[in-house]
Design a protein around this ligand. Structure first.
Ligand code: GDP
Length: 528
């Protein structure tokens, strides 16, 4: 097998989806620990805290109990290279999360055993379903009293409409937690509080009849387990790799992230069964990961990751070929050739210069305002990856400056912050207003805070008569011009310079659509 193919096939690129507090951060920490990426569990939190301390912006994040930053962590495990893409937790940042999910090949869903399926999990699941993303499930916090495992699986199947295939099964719960039984390996893994379990230092019994097991977990617990397993094996689905890869079935694991219990069983199964990078659709053709030439798309832009650098980083998912330092690539949107020098990866807590990166990997490109979300890079072929939309914002505010002399900084700040994708910035054709669109109210506070903190601009956001936005497209140049002239009052340019119709009301939009049948009013702007 060629080196390229081999490297591609051992990539596992995924994200964790969960409702806040289910244990995503804790589980991330433990996964990194197994990957040897960090020495001590707790470093992820530690890193978070250190960042909070060094940046006021992070202080806001902490104050609100939200995480708006997202990072990429790579670690080797059992001959595979695992890429874990972090997703922001707060509901207002759903669009960001959506785009991270376009860059992964599979997902891991974490559920709190006391809470079951929560609202945010449902939404994230809907997003995964759009691309039939394969999902594994980890039911967490088994060291606490929760709902019955059967009831939990039932809820997942009913609410999320996906088959459950339990791979591990809990023996007891809360204070009575004895361990988990692995249905496929036919092994009992004993739970011992306060220890970090690797395979080497866990107690494992082979099979339910193994000598000593009944003494260890108690005859009663063992009898209960047998009974439950009979029920489960009768009522649930056996693991079916194809159904999992098609997004129809989710393998389910039980454990306790904070106690590092059940996590390695999950990771072992994950690296074996989770999909390697797959072909991806573009505007012209499907791109296969094993192709020799580099292609990739930008799914996220993040500002000021390192307070010392105050730069912006564009995260690019590699879809085919190979990245090597200093190589040249075509930025398809601008038709410019750019040098991809010194790409970054984000291993554990420090940035490192990547030598070579393969399909499934994510690299960080330094961005001085020329890269946008959705940008495709290739080695010359003019194709663009599809399916990374910008949603029409639903809330609009006009930026009002307290110091009119800061107009230029304000425009720059708004444009740069909207590049990150959480907000969108519009300049009406007929006025000097600067209008910001967002999908959640919290984003206006975040932007105001950051404008002050990072650009020294004091500004407030006030009501403006816009209810929705539509991106305008028209194949007929003459009609397009006519439309533009007649509707200039309601037209604006977005940060990428695309024409947008800012509708003062739904009725107005409907009338405009009826009056101009040749014009397309698109609710999303596909980055192309
Ligand atoms: P996130 O918001 O999903 O990232 O959740 P965190 O990982 O920050 O966890 C939320 C809270 O649940 C924290 O206080 C964790 O210590 C706690 N937690 C995480 N995993 C477990 C677990 O297995 N058992 C118990 N009892 N608590 C847990």
């Amino acid at each position: 097998m060629s080196e390229h193919l081999n490297e591609t096939r051992r990539r596992r690129t995924f994200a964790i989806i969960s409702h806040p507090d289910a244990g995503k951060t804790t589980l991330t920490e433990k996964l990194l620990l197994f990957g040897g990426a960090i020495q001590l569990a707790g470093s992820v939190k530690g890193r978070k805290a250190a960042r909070h301390a060094t940046s006021d912006w992070m202080a806001l994040e902490k104050e609100r109990g939200i995480s708006v930053t997202s990072s990429v962590m790579q670690f080797p495990y059992e001959g595979k290279i695992v890429n874990l893409l972090d997703t922001p937790g707060h509901a207002d940042f759903g669009e960001d999360t959506y785009r991270v999910l376009t860059a992964v090949d599979s997902a891991l869903m974490v559920i709190d055993c006391a809470k079951g399926v929560e609202e945010r999990t449902i939404k994230l699941m809907e997003v995964c379903r759009l691309r039939d993303t394969p999902i594994m499930t980890f039911i967490n916090k088994l060291d606490r009293e929760g709902r019955s495992p059967i009831e939990l699986l039932d809820e997942v199947e009913r609410v999320l409409k996906i088959q459950c295939a339990p791979v591990t099964w809990p023996i007891g719960m809360g204070a009575r937690l004895k361990g988990v039984y692995h249905l496929l390996l036919d092994e009992v893994h004993i739970y011992e509080a306060g220890r970090n379990f690797t395979r080497q230092d866990s107690t494992i019994f082979k099979g339910l009849d193994a000598p000593g097991l009944a003494e260890r977990i108690g005859a009663e617990a063992l009898a209960e387990l047998r009974e439950e397993l009979e029920l489960v094996q009768g009522a649930s689905h056996p693991f079916d790799a194809q159904a999992y890869l098609a997004g129809r079935q989710t393998p389910v694991f039980f454990g306790s992230a904070v106690n590092n219990f059940g996590v390695q069983l999950l990771l072992d199964f994950f690296v074996e069964h989770a999909p390697a990078p797959k072909p991806r659709a573009t505007t012209t053709r499907e791109v296969r990961p094993e192709e020799e030439k580099l292609t990739g798309f930008v799914f996220k832009i993040q500002a000021n990751m390192d307070p010392q650098h105050r730069d912006r980083v564009a995260f690019m998912r590699i879809c085919s070929g190979r990245y090597s330092p200093g190589m040249k690539a075509l930025q398809v949107r601008t038709a410019k050739e750019v040098k991809l020098a010194n790409a970054l990866t984000f291993m554990a807590s420090d940035r490192e210069i990547v030598d070579t990166a393969y399909p499934g990997d994510v690299i960080g490109l330094h961005n001085h305002g020329t890269i946008s979300i959705g940008d495709t890079f290739t080695e010359g072929e003019p194709l663009s990856f599809t399916g990374i939309p910008n949603f029409a914002p639903e809330l609009f505010r006009r930026a009002r400056l307290r110091d009119p002399l800061k107009m230029k900084q304000l425009a720059k700040g708004l444009a740069q912050l909207s590049e990150e994708g959480a907000t969108q910035f519009f300049r009406p054709l007929m006025s000097n207003d600067l209008i910001l669109g967002a999908v959640g109210m919290l984003q206006f506070d975040v932007v105001a805070y950051r404008l002050k903190d990072e650009y020294g601009v004091d500004c407030a956001f006030e009501q403006v008569g816009v209810v929705t936005a539509r991106w305008i497209r028209c194949a007929d140049a003459k009609k397009f011009e006519e439309f533009r002239d007649k509707n200039a009052m309601n037209l604006a340019l977005d940060a990428a310079g695309e024409l947008v119709y800012l509708a003062p009301s739904r009725v107005n939009l409907q009338l405009a659509e009826e009056r101009w049948p040749q014009v397309t009013f698109a609710a999303t702007r596909e980055h192309a």
